[in-house]
Design a protein around this ligand. Structure first.
Ligand SMILES: NC(=O)c1ccc[n+]([C@@H]2O[C@H](COP(=O)([O-])OP(=O)(O)OC[C@H]3O[C@@H](n4cnc5c(N)ncnc54)[C@H](O)[C@@H]3O)[C@@H](O)[C@H]2O)c1
Length: 259
């Protein structure tokens, strides 16, 4: 689809759009002809050409103001990509209640707040562009596979998966499609930070590569391509779907590689 301008005349808002997967989505949407706003708590990395809006997804008023400003300045809102999220390491014994509250507040309620304030704009856009109006949420392989040391993070992404399905049902008759993408381990600044905490970063990277049947991490651009497909007019019949971009991690069961 490179070179197509299928988002011409459409406006998009990408949360967490100043880094990693979100920045790749914002850049691709721009390339495909959309007007793009980025909502992030740190906007320095927002791609050039986007409207950068500084807001924290835990602050309902700030999210409302940013969403309304994006719609006002870009001329409505057709595409919401809800992608802001944070990681958390540990078993169910390791994180205190306030850490559970913090991570769920960002990863789950952040998406609730963004959708709540975007929906009035999306409904208006749907009247003009049947099939082209959507919410796409960044979920994770952690929602569908049991990964060690990710109890809280996995619970948050499991909630995102179920939320995606419920929202898809609630808004299908309003012309708003809702889907999510489930990345495997993706090579973003996030993983850089994770490797930085490991005793042996090179060994940790090799272990993460080996966990994915394709033998390497997923790239931010590969995840962005899937998100932009789900948001595009070409996906007019796609709602309530979780699209894995995980190097085969969820679906494949390989025998150990022969030397
Ligand atoms: N990198 C991976 O391996 C991976 C795998 C599966 C899912 N994901 C998901 O992809 C999404 C993006 O992750 P990434 O790897 O690009 O990480 P990243 O850290 O590079 O980017 C995340 C962005 O979200 C923003 N953000 C975080 N908390 C925020 C808040 N409270 N309010 C506003 N903005 C906030 C950050 O400032 C940052 O710009 C996340 O939802 C993450 O759970 C990542």
């Amino acid at each position: 689809m490179t070179g197509t301008r299928d988002f011409e005349g459409m406006s998009a808002l990408v949360t967490g759009g100043a880094s990693g997967i979100g920045a790749a989505v914002a850049a691709l949407l721009l390339e495909r002809g959309a007007r793009v706003a980025v909502l992030d708590r740190e906007t320095a990395g927002a791609p050039e050409g986007t409207l950068a809006l500084k807001a924290d997804v835990t602050d309902d008023g700030a999210v409302r103001d940013a969403v309304d400003r994006a719609a006002a300045e870009l001329g409505g809102l057709h595409t919401l990509v809800s992608n802001a999220g944070i990681g958390s390491i540990g078993t169910v014994e390791d994180n205190a209640d306030d850490e559970w509250t913090r991570v769920l507040d960002i990863n789950v309620l952040g998406m609730v707040r963004t959708a709540r304030h975007a929906l009035p704009h999306l409904r208006r856009a749907a009247a003009d562009r049947p099939g082209a109006v959507s919410i796409t949420q960044t979920c994770s392989i952690a929602a569908t596979a049991g990964l060690p040391q990710r109890a809280l993070y996995s619970a948050s992404k499991g909630a995102v998966l179920s939320l995606t399905l419920a929202m898809a049902a609630d808004h299908v008759r309003e012309g708003v499609r809702v889907n999510c993408v489930n990345p495997g381990t993706a090579d973003t600044p996030w993983i850089g930070r994770l490797l930085g905490q490991a005793d042996d970063p090179a060994a940790e990277r090799a272990a993460l590569n080996a966990r994915q049947p394709l033998g390497r991490l997923v790239s931010a651009d590969e995840v962005a391509a899937a998100i932009v497909y789900l948001a595009s007019p070409a996906a007019a019949s796609v709602t309530g779907t979780a699209l894995a971009v995980d190097g085969g991690m969820q679906g494949l069961r390989l025998r150990p590689a022969a030397d």
